[in-house]
Design a protein around this ligand. Structure first.
Ligand code: NA7
Length: 538
């Protein structure tokens, strides 16, 4: 590579929703930008997760870019919750429309990023052998990027098809006439099971922990609904910014404690029936205290438990599918299409992998700890991710004075606003730990972060300085505050990937800001308008 081809104002790592908008925004601000993407296509999460049934759990009218009125008017979603291929098409359409591809390097997996203090620049290397330089580095690496390795022995012994949902083959998998195992019942497993069951000869679902799931009420896009949104997009997007999760989901204004049990029941039922924005995370907005008041949360949890009992015909299976030891919202609430109904099919069996864990794969299937064996043609792993921090820690990131990110985060992640790291000057995170991220509309939160980062880089340039570094105190104070916002809720009481509880050995640390997206936006705006006073410029 020639010098000019490897020296940039900004390197952005990742070409998903975040990296693409960062490229557009920073390039429009006049900076030279290179995006490095590990995959051989753009789309990030939506590039990798191509498993059957994959779709977003926030309505597509909202789970989409808001920065361009032209884009939001031009694009038409075909369903309320778009399926993965359509989201990926949308991302590709945006990339073409904004002519983004020329600045994106595919098949470029970042191996290391090292801050060269003397020259105030990041030296970024890729696993493919490139070295690039940049004044600033923006990590757009996604919250659910690094798949977990299963604690199952002899994965290589199995002679059938073994697939990970997050690394799904482009050409798809044919389940027709196959005996299939699906391991994992998080959002992914819950989306995949009904679709696989329709084709497979038999599907065994291995469940360790049951989750709470609500019907998505997904349907073809109603032309009137689409038109109404398009006519009111600007106002709706503005209204969404004033909510706790950057999403319009008919949030109730009352406390559940003040409502009678009958009123609560009616509200829950209405949301269960309505689907769409009232479903999934939207259900947690039925009342203002759903995650704060134990009795309200108990009622909501019990409501779903009764729905499971009413839907699943076999009482033993229904009982096994029922979450009993934690309240709704403590783990990611799921949104499904016929998940519970799937267990009424004669070709579907639920297996309790808590009571009898999966021990190993065999040549012809799998074996549980008790010695029970199952023959399979195909095994699907839907076992989750090293969320929030996995992608960042997978790279060898070194800040000032040799400080490694792995060292900086050895007791859990710390950031300032989920945007910056003390000791790692000129590096920014998008939807980093400590921001509303996965408990907000990710696309909107991405736009906020990218806008903030662009302004911050502009501030550094305008000041004539070349290094910006957030203070240690600001970082420590921010994470104390993040913990305070979580401590006021019931959410950290459950083992979830929000806490890193799904990754053996990962420090248990609540990684999402729960003070509300609108409040968060106020805080980051103030940090900027106050002249970035928590940062040192040199
Ligand atoms: P999740 O939600 O982390 O779910 C992973 C599932 O896999 C979960 O049910 C796990 O059980 C299960 N799992 C993991 N290892 C095993 C083994 N060895 N045996 C049986 N079951 C296992 O990941 P998803 O991909 O479904 O969803 C991630 C997010 O994507 C989701 O929250 C949405 O935000 C979108 P466990 O609960 O650990 O007992």
């Amino acid at each position: 590579m020639k010098q000019a081809e490897r020296d940039f104002d900004v390197i952005v790592v990742g070409a998903g929703f975040a990296g693409l908008y960062a490229l557009h925004r920073l390039r429009s601000a006049g900076y030279s930008v290179r995006v490095l993407e590990a995959g051989d296509g753009i789309g990030g999460t939506w590039f990798w997760n191509r498993y059957p049934g994959a779709r977003c759990d926030i309505e597509s009218m909202q789970y989409s870019y808001s920065f361009s009125e032209e884009i939001q008017q031009e694009w038409n979603w075909s369903q309320l919750f778009a399926p993965q291929p359509e989201i990926l098409s949308y991302i590709n359409y945006v990339a073409d429309k904004l002519d983004l591809r020329k600045d994106i390097q595919l098949n470029a997996r970042v191996a290391s990023a090292t801050f060269d203090s003397e020259n105030a620049r990041w030296i970024v290397t890729t696993a493919q052998g490139d070295t690039l330089l940049a004044s600033f580095c923006v990590m757009a690496t996604g919250c659910l990027t690094v798949p977990l390795e299963p604690n199952i022995e002899d994965l290589d012994k199995f002679e059938g098809g073994l697939y990970r949902t997050s690394r799904w083959p482009h050409e798809g998998v044919d389940f027709a006439g196959k005996r299939v195992a699906l391991i994992g019942t998080g959002s992914t497993g819950i989306q995949a099971a009904p679709v696989i069951a329709e084709v497979a000869e038999h599907l065994h679902v291995f469940q360790r922990t049951p989750n709470y799931s609500l019907p998505a009420g997904n349907r073809p896009m109603d032309p009137g609904y689409l038109k109404d949104w398009k006519e009111n997009y600007v106002d709706r997007r503005r209204a969404a910014l004033a909510t706790r999760n950057n999403t319009l989901n008919n949030a109730g204004k009352r406390s559940g404690r003040d409502a009678s049990p009958e009123e609560r029941e009616r509200e829950f039922e209405a949301r269960w029936q309505a689907g769409g924005s009232s479903s999934g995370i939207g259900f947690m907005y039925t009342f203002t205290d759903m995650t704060r008041d134990q009795s309200v949360n108990d009622h909501a949890s019990d409501f779903i438990r009764r729905k499971i009992a009413a839907t699943v015909e076999d009482p033993v299976t229904a009982d096994l599918l029922t979450p009993k030891h934690y309240g709704i919202g403590g783990r990611r609430i799921c949104v499904d299409t016929n998940y519970y109904e799937t267990f009424n099919r004669s070709n579907v069996t639920l297996v309790d992998a808590r009571r009898d864990p999966i021990k190993r794969l065999t040549r012809t299937g799998l074996e549980n700890v008790s010695g029970t064996t199952y023959p399979f043609d195909v095994i699907v792993l839907a076992i989750g991710f090293d969320g929030m921090t996995g992608a960042l820690l997978q790279m060898d990131i070194t800040g000032q004075a040799g400080l490694k990110l792995s060292e900086h985060w050895k007791n859990g992640p710390r950031t300032y606003l989920g945007l910056a790291l003390s000791g790692f000057p000129n590096m920014f995170l998008i939807n980093g730990p400590g921001s509303p991220s996965v408990l907000s509309n990710m696309v909107t939160s991405i736009e906020q972060h990218v806008d903030w980062i662009t302004a911050c880089i502009g501030h550094v340039k305008a000041s004539g300085k070349n290094t910006i570094n957030v203070s240690k105190t600001a970082e420590a104070d921010w994470f104390d505050h993040v913990n305070e916002t979580a401590a006021g809720t019931l959410i950290p009481n459950s083992d979830s990937w929000y806490l890193g509880a799904n990754v053996p050995g990962k420090p248990r640390f609540f990684m999402v800001y729960l003070g509300g997206a609108a409040k968060y936006k106020e805080i980051i705006d103030k940090a900027a308008s106050g002249g970035y006073e928590e940062f040192n410029l040199r």
